[in-house]
Design a protein. Structure first.
Length: 268
């Protein structure tokens, strides 16, 4: 009897790992700003780590397309430094570029493995942001190159220039840690920071939340979700893939949909 219980427990745990590592969800957030002239829908993606959902990631791309985003931001870690299959991440990013204007920035895995340049050279219809900003869809979007273990003087200098711009300003940076340390985005006149890196806290405890997040350690504060401090919103996506062992538990991979309601909509 005991052996059957142990076998059942093992099968249950194995099934949960299969479920939480192979079924993606859509996590929706709604913001508002009088700085926008029309509503904006952003899809935030991160941490693919070469993960494939179905043939050539078609189910994933189809679901992204069904959301009808105005723009897509890929916030780093398309590939994994331990298994850098560049074609998988490149094909996915190029697929996003056929759906909506797509912007990509470097994560720590591209930087640590040295694959960022090669990935960029293979991208089509995807704008790479390297400590620079663009104006698109009625907003201004700055992308920060991952820098956590490197001097970040260039990024900080550009950020200080960026905050002087008019309009709704978004900073996309791979690590949410930059919200409260390093760049300290919340100390600047920025409306929204969007990030990944944490994998949503990897494993969750029911009714409690994230156990551990890369860069933040155990029981992290900024692991996944919507935070607001000093007038700046932060949205952290849970990511789409894994690195090392597939440790997601009670934490689905996710596409993040961010809807920002405009001045016109707010006036109705």
């Amino acid at each position: 009897m005991l052996w059957w219980i142990l076998l059942g427990a093992i099968l249950l745990i194995f099934g949960l790992f299969l479920l939480y590592n192979n079924v993606f969800t859509v996590h929706r957030y709604e913001l508002q700003s009088e700085k926008l002239q029309k509503d904006l829908k952003i899809v935030l993606l991160s941490d693919l780590h070469n993960k494939v959902y179905g043939r050539e990631n078609r189910p994933l791309l189809k679901r992204i397309a069904s959301l009808r985003p105005d723009l897509i931001v890929i916030a780093g870690d398309l590939v994994d430094k331990r298994k850098p299959d560049i074609p998988v991440g490149v094909a996915f990013a190029n697929g996003c570029g056929r759906i909506a204007p797509t912007f990509y920035l470097c994560g720590n895995h591209e930087r640590e493995r040295g694959t960022f340049g090669e990935i960029c050279s293979r991208l089509r219809n995807v704008t790479v942001l390297r400590n620079e900003w663009v104006e698109t869809c009625g907003i201004k979007l700055m992308g920060v190159t991952d820098h956590f273990e490197l001097p970040f003087g260039e990024a900080l200098q550009v950020l200080k220039q960026f905050e002087e711009e008019e309009g709704y300003k978004i900073v996309a940076v791979h690590r949410p840690a930059d919200f409260y340390s390093e760049l300290q985005v919340r100390e600047h006149e920025i409306d929204l920071q969007i990030s990944g890196h944490t994998h949503g806290g990897v494993a969750h405890l029911p009714f409690f939340g994230a156990i551990y997040a890369p860069g933040e350690g155990f029981f992290p504060k900024y692991s996944q979700g919507h935070y607001r401090e000093k007038g700046t919103d932060l949205i952290v996506g849970g990511g789409l893939g894994n690195t090392r062992l597939p440790l997601r538990l009670f934490n689905f991979p996710e596409i993040v949909e961010i809807s920002v309601k405009s001045k016109k909509t707010l006036a109705k």
